[in-house]
Design a protein around this ligand. Structure first.
Ligand SMILES: [Zn+2]
Ligand SMILES: [Zn+2]
Length: 130
């Protein structure tokens, strides 16, 4: 989805996330000066914008951090997984096709119906590990 199809609020929130070095919660987004300057002052406004951005895939929700990151891929060829650096909070987006296939096969064997699957790995990025 093209950025120009976004509403003003969605654009403001997306920009704040793109300029951020790491993931941000809705309240952290609300604290960003450029967000406040553009008149976004209610958490609900931020949540609404985030919902839409997540829906169209421009932003991802990091479940284990309860925070959001802007997508750094042109488009997804497979569902994303996230490596979360515990030190610098950097998020590295990677593909999950083979993980997904393994889990779905296990689920099928168990007769388990999968609604959602999140793959999030925490640790230290290359820079912080050195
Ligand atoms: Zn992505
Ligand atoms: Zn790091």
């Amino acid at each position: 989805m093209a950025t120009q199809k976004l509403t003003k609020n969605q654009g403001v929130v997306l920009e704040a996330l793109r300029e951020s070095a790491g993931p941000m919660s809705a309240y952290q987004i609300l604290d960003v000066e450029s967000v406040r300057e553009k008149g976004l002052k209610a958490p609900l406004t931020i949540y609404r914008a985030l919902d839409k951005l997540v829906e169209v895939g421009l932003v991802h929700r990091i479940e284990t951090l309860n925070a959001f990151v802007s997508c750094d891929q042109e488009h997804h060829t497979e569902p994303p997984a996230f490596m979360i650096c515990e030190e610098c909070k950097r998020i590295i987006e990677v593909g999950t096709r083979s993980i997904q296939r393994t889990v779905l096969k296990q689920a099928e064997e168990q007769g388990f119906q999968v609604n959602q699957m999140h793959v999030e790995v925490s640790g230290r990025c290359r820079k912080c590990a050195n």
